[in-house]
Ligand binder design. Structure first.
Ligand code: PEP
Ligand code: MN
Length: 341
């Protein structure tokens, strides 16, 4: 960290800052220029938060050198984190696709979706049993019944299950059924839930908040990792922008940026980012080309009848085609996708 002193800062101001830093355990290096003095401080930056250096007389600004996230950072752990779910590895050389309907609606609907996405090469089945809906009058999910249906589909197909957990109250229930716990975009900064999910000890799919910066998102991951759970998968699902034609704006830049900043696997959800099925395929291809470790795609046996997110859901046939295309893009990227059956 660098502390830049004001042009008119006195010797006493400077000494007070140095004393405070040294008392907090920082090593101090001084650089006295003609115009102003700069104080370099080396030490444990987690102690910085309580210092309020910018409130001290003579201090112009404090410039952090390192990012505030530590355990999630590539500087801290250079090699990629590989999240193991059963016999698959997310963040390894294979690209894994999580696919299925937005919500579990019935046994027939989910079973059909499960068999069709498996045939196309998906390895993980998605489906919400607890749904975070903007309107309290919209379908809220089948809750425990939905989880039971997901478990039956896992049994029947061998697919792993990713499903959203919305609060700490239902976490023990959801964790009994899920292979991967999904933290939805709206809950990305629900810090109590993040701590509880860390303690649940299952892999976590952490979606990006609709207005979260990459740094805020990585700080959310830091909550889970510092809570003792390193099995975190980041999921870019679009952010709010001024554009209204698409549901959100897919920030594909986040993929290479995250691969640089963090060791965690990165998955892209083009469905929620775009909100219109016809644009999901090209952006899914682009996500693989950008270096994503996986995708999350909404697929419904009959999108026109879906209780949730039908307009962005692919038909099983379109999903099958997409998987073929992804295998081609994967080849260029030196990544494999599981075969179709
Ligand atoms: C979902 O995956 O169905 C979902 C609600 O996603 P998000 O939290 O990204 O909106
Ligand atoms: Mn959805």
């Amino acid at each position: 960290m660098i502390v830049v002193m004001n042009h008119g800062a006195s010797k006493e101001d400077m000494e007070a800052v140095i004393k405070k830093l040294e008392n907090t355990g920082f090593q101090v290096h001084l650089s006295q220029g003609v115009e102003r003095t700069i104080i370099g401080a080396i030490g444990d930056k987690t102690r910085l938060g309580s210092l309020a250096l910018e409130a001290m007389p003579g201090v112009e600004k404090v410039v952090p050198i390192l990012a505030p996230f530590k355990l999630a950072s590539r500087n801290f752990k250079e090699e990629d984190t590989v999240v193991r779910v059963g016999n698959i590895e997310i963040g390894g050389s294979a690209i894994h696709v999580m696919a299925g309907p937005c919500a579990v609606e019935s046994k027939d609907q989910l079973m059909e979706a499960a068999f069709r996405v498996k045939e196309a090469g998906a390895t993980i089945l998605r489906g919400g049993a607890f749904k975070p809906r903007t309107s309290p009058y919209s379908f809220q999910g089948l809750e425990e019944k939905g989880l039971e249906i997901l478990a039956e589909a896992r049994e029947a197909t061998g697919l792993y299950i990713v499903t959203e957990v919305m609060d700490s109250r239902t976490l023990p229930l959801v964790a009994r059924y899920a292979d991967i716990l999904q933290i939805g975009a709206r809950n990305m900064q629900n810090f109590f839930l993040l701590r509880d999910v860390a303690a649940a000890g299952k892999p976590v799919l952490l979606k990006r908040g609709p207005s979260a910066t990459i740094e805020e998102w990585l700080m959310a991951a830091e909550y889970i990792i510092s809570g003792g759970n390193q099995q975190v998968i980041l999921c870019e699902r679009g952010i709010r922008s001024f554009e209204t034609y698409t549901r959100n704006t897919l920030d594909l830049t986040a993929v290479p940026v995250l691969k640089y900043l963090t060791h965690l696997p990165v998955v892209v959800d083009p469905s929620h980012a775009i909100g219109k099925w016809r644009f999901v395929q090209p952006m899914a291809r682009a996500a693989v080309a950008a270096g994503a470790d996986g995708l999350l795609v909404e697929v419904h046996p009959n999108p026109a009848e879906a209780l949730c997110d039908g307009p962005q859901s692919l038909t099983p046939e379109n999903f099958r085609r997409l998987m073929e295309e992804l295998r081609q893009v994967g080849k260029i990227m030196n990544r494999t996708l599981p075969d179709a059956h």
